[in-house]
Design a protein around this ligand. Structure first.
Ligand code: ARG
Length: 426
């Protein structure tokens, strides 16, 4: 049986206030050891594992045009960084020699921030300049990536005063792919598929839950079990790493007027740290670059806890409110939605955890647009993502159209299937 083992982690190269190494529980496959590679019979070490039947993935050499476009943008907005010409010569030399080039710290920070500024689906971009960048490019081993993810969560959570933060791990290089985090976010809740096809927990994470279990993780079978991180490095097999429970801040959901709300036993995690998007800067792809802002209440109250294929809480809430759920036009769903959203905002406030509401955030977004216009920049925005999922027309962002440009640097979600597990022996 798999056994959770807490191992001492090498202290992450964290120059911030985190002073203790996050203890990451490493969970091995069912036999307690690393799964042997069926082709070679070799047991993959943390970093020596290879994708089945192939060496590490090769990635293409960096594109000089993309690099030049980025360097010009950077030097245009930050002239103090120096001249374009000499930097491009240097980059060309590095690409000729190694197939890739290295960003300076200033370029990385600028690139990560501008990638946020260019994210057309994000309503929260007013503070794009304040993104904290944790440069962890030397980190490329799965266990170190896991430890740094835990450190990221701790420093970004900041006891509830959430700080927008990104941690940038090793980029893809022609000779070695960067690490990959297979989770959608650092904190996600397990979804256990029952034999009748229904799901216990968050159905969004059924596949990842299956993968984690296949790699030796054992969940508690609850509705809000925090999944382990599933990480692969250097093209090797994925490994699971349990998050230390003390880095995961969660908020229990209560309602300012409905005392029965606590009986629903709902909760949500404080910080959304996206882990499945690549950061692309100047032709370089950083496949593991977890980043976070703070929640807008509707993400939890109008989607995660409300969607029929997620936690589907509206019938229960409406029933308890005494609404007529036999007729669509009693608008029971709408009334329940509002109260669930009231509860989410109230609960985060009570817990002292940063959260924004969709009216405030709409106003801020229009302020951001006005600023970008003053700076003579195009601000791409996708209306269908910017307009909140409840009360759209009651927010200012509903009543206009936006530019739809596809600008770089950017965060992209590459289509990729979860890694297939090796068939067990026999
Ligand atoms: N919608 C996602 C969730 O509910 C989070 C996406 C990022 N959100 C954010 N506020 N930065 O978990």
């Amino acid at each position: 049986m798999a056994k959770a083992v807490t191992v001492a982690m090498a202290r992450p190269a964290d120059q911030e206030t985190v002073t203790t190494a996050p203890g990451i529980g490493v969970v091995g496959p069912p036999d307690g050891g690393a799964a042997p590679d069926p082709d070679t019979g070799a047991a993959p070490g943390p970093d020596t594992g290879r994708a089945r039947g192939s060496g590490p993935e090769r990635t293409k050499p960096a594109d000089m045009d993309a690099a030049a476009e980025f360097i010009r943008l950077h030097r245009h907005e930050c002239p103090e960084a120096g001249e374009v010409g000499p930097r491009l010569l240097e980059i060309r030399r590095q690409i000729d020699l190694t197939g890739t080039y290295q960003h300076t710290s200033a370029e990385l920070v600028f690139g990560a921030r501008v990638a946020w500024r260019n994210s057309g689906r994000c309503i929260g971009r007013l503070y794009w300049r304040s993104l904290r960048v944790r440069d962890r490019r030397p980190v490329n081993a799965a266990d170190d990536v896991a430890a740094e993810c835990a450190a990221h969560l701790r420093t970004a959570t900041n006891g509830g005063r959430i700080r927008p933060t990104i941690t940038v791990f090793a980029p893809d290089r022609p000779d070695c792919p960067g690490p990959r985090i297979w989770n959608e976010q650092i904190v996600r809740y397990a979804g256990y598929q029952r034999p009748d096809g229904t799901v216990h927990g968050d159905s969004r994470n059924v596949d990842l839950t299956g993968l984690a279990i296949g790699l030796g993780w054992r969940g508690d079978g609850g509705r809000f079990d925090v999944l382990p991180l599933v990480i692969s490095a250097r093209g090797g097999q994925p490994q699971v790493f349990g998050l230390p429970p003390d880095v995961v801040l969660e908020v229990p959901v209560s309602h300012p007027r409905f005392d029965w709300f606590t009986e629903l036993d709902l909760r949500w995690h404080a910080v959304p740290v996206i882990t499945d998007m690549c950061l692309e800067i100047g032709g370089i792809c950083y496949p593991a670059a977890p980043f976070n802002g703070w929640y807008m209440g509707t993400e939890i109250g109008a989607r995660n806890l409300a969607d029929r294929d997620r936690y589907n809480q509206l019938p229960e809430i409406a029933g308890r409110m005494g609404l007529d759920i036999s007729r669509d036009r009693s608008l029971w769903r709408d009334q329940a939605l509002v109260e669930l959203n009231v509860a989410v905002l109230h609960s985060f406030d009570m817990a002292g955890v940063t959260i924004t509401d969709h009216h405030t955030e709409s106003r801020r977004f229009l302020a951001h647009l006005a600023r970008e216009e003053r700076a003579r920049r195009v601000c791409p925005a996708d209306w269908s993502w910017i307009v909140p999922p409840i009360s759209g027309s009651a927010t200012e962002v509903f009543h206009r159209y936006y530019d739809q440009a596809d600008l770089r640097p950017t965060y992209v979600r590459h289509d990729r299937d979860l890694p297939a597990l090796h068939p067990g022996p026999g």
